[in-house]
Design a protein around this ligand. Structure first.
Ligand SMILES: Cc1ncc(COP(=O)(O)O)c(C=O)c1O
Length: 422
């Protein structure tokens, strides 16, 4: 394993939630792709900040306000640096969903205003999504299509769950204006060739929106080399708090993008009829910012950075490969997506013949194993694969091989418990 037993123990000691018991069993937390656990040092720093350093940023003339502003700016720089970005290109939002909506609503606004920019769509223009998108990177584009008369085109995956550059190219036409895709599928765990797809789409003049929710914490991501104009991700999947996420954009895209939310803190001049706006990121962050959340998120990022995101990603992928192989040996278990010829993160979804995923989840929970069940906000993908729902196991920096043993033993017991396959 990438982490020695000693290093794993040190990492796990940072996560108090791992000591929680579920009934009679120790918690085996295998739901990091939904929301990751929080390191103590980040929560403590955030809480200490809230208790002793809270103040209004960018406003007060007093010492605490100046210190809070500096800490907030530092937090943005840390989080931006983690994904290879300049701080001014990173807009704080509530979560990745809101990040994508900021872009999709800007497209609606630009299209309604007319004119021509990369954000302006006309009836018959095309928005390309992929068959494996999370609802967060699908429904906002449906809203754009409804509002503008644009058409959604869907890039197909193979039955094995692979999305190729050619598959995306195959649905692009000279009317393609937007390409929205994931960096990593939250259901299949397969890494998408997002850079190649993004570069091809941008070369064809499309605006590229990358959903990097499952990539930012689980691979070394350089947003400036991602092929995208915009990249969205959420803190709560990166060992950070809920309530904060980010939208990275190229300088050019952020300059042209119209605002959809407006108010205080984003202006240089205000009259009764009109106002002038600050450049990004302030342009897109009206109102009082998410101060303590940014502080907490930055500390989580520092924590991950000290371990090394490449090392933790390699650790998780290794666990994922072991889990994949062991689940594949269990009678009646079908894994979604191939492991041949693809790069995967530490995430495996599967079905169990004759047992509904909710029952699988409850049975696993009775053994202390926390997993995600349902459609994982990817209903169309499940339908494409001929199922309604699945069970998902996902790893984080704190996950261990011993936890795989517990999970696999539990999964192996599901069918007999429910009287199937006897
Ligand atoms: C691939 C992907 N995109 C988008 C989201 C939405 O993230 P959030 O709910 O933090 O906005 C998720 C989280 O489930 C995800 O896994």
């Amino acid at each position: 394993m990438v982490f020695s037993a000693a290093e794993s123990s040190r990492i796990r000691a940072e996560f108090p939630e791992l000591d929680v018991r579920v009934g009679d069993n120790p918690l085996v937390y295998l739901d990091t792709a939904a929301t990751s656990l929080r390191p103590r040092r980040a929560v403590e720093l955030e809480s200490d900040f809230a208790l002793t350093k809270t103040a209004a940023v960018y406003r007060g003339a007093h010492t605490l306000a100046a210190e809070a502003t500096e800490a907030y700016d530092d937090a943005r720089a840390t989080i931006a640096g983690f994904v290879g970005a300049a701080p001014n290109n990173l807009v704080f939002t509530s979560n990745a969903t809101e990040s994508i909506n900021l872009v999709s609503l800007a497209v609606q606004r630009a299209s309604a205003a007319g004119g021509s920019s990369r954000f302006t769509l006309a009836p018959g223009d095309e928005i390309v999504v992929t068959e494996l998108e999370h609802h967060a990177n699908l429904i906002p584009w449906q809203e754009v299509a409804h509002a503008t008369g644009a058409v959604i085109r869907v890039a197909p995956i193979t039955d094995d769950g692979i999305l190729t550059v050619d598959a995306v190219r195959g649905v692009m036409t000279d009317r393609t204006r937007i390409v929205a895709l994931s960096a990593v599928s939250n259901v299949l765990g397969i890494v998408i060739p997002f850079r190649e797809i993004g570069l091809a789409a941008r070369a064809a003049g499309a605006l590229v929106v990358l959903d990097a929710c499952q990539a930012a914490p689980h691979m070394k991501l350089d947003v400036t080399d991602s092929g995208a104009d915009f990249v969205a991700f959420s803190a709560h999947k990166m060992y950070g708090p809920t309530g904060i996420g980010a939208l990275w954009g190229t300088t050019e895209a952020l300059k042209v993008m119209p605002v959809v939310l407006s108010g205080g803190s984003m202006i240089t001049r205000v009259d009764y009829e009109s106002s002038d706006y600050l450049p990004a990121p302030a342009k897109f962050e009206p109102g009082t910012p998410r101060l303590t959340q940014a502080i907490g998120w930055a500390e989580s990022v520092r924590f991950l950075d000290e371990i090394g995101v490449e090392r933790s990603a390699a650790h998780e992928s290794e666990l994922g490969a072991i889990l994949y192989a062991r689940l594949a040996e269990i009678d009646g278990v079908t894994i979604l997506g191939t492991n041949a010829g693809v790069e995967r993160v530490g995430l495996v979804s599967f079905t169990v013949d004759g047992v509904h995923p909710h029952d699988v989840g409850q049975f696993l929970d009775s053994k202390g194993v926390a997993v995600r069940v349902g459609h994982h906000c990817a209903q169309p993908l499940h339908k494409r694969l001929g199922i309604d729902s699945s069970t998902r196991i996902s790893f984080g920096v704190y996950s261990t091989k011993a936890e795989i043993d517990v999970a696999v033993e539990a999964v192996a017991g599901v069918r007999s418990f429910f009287g199937e396959g006897a």
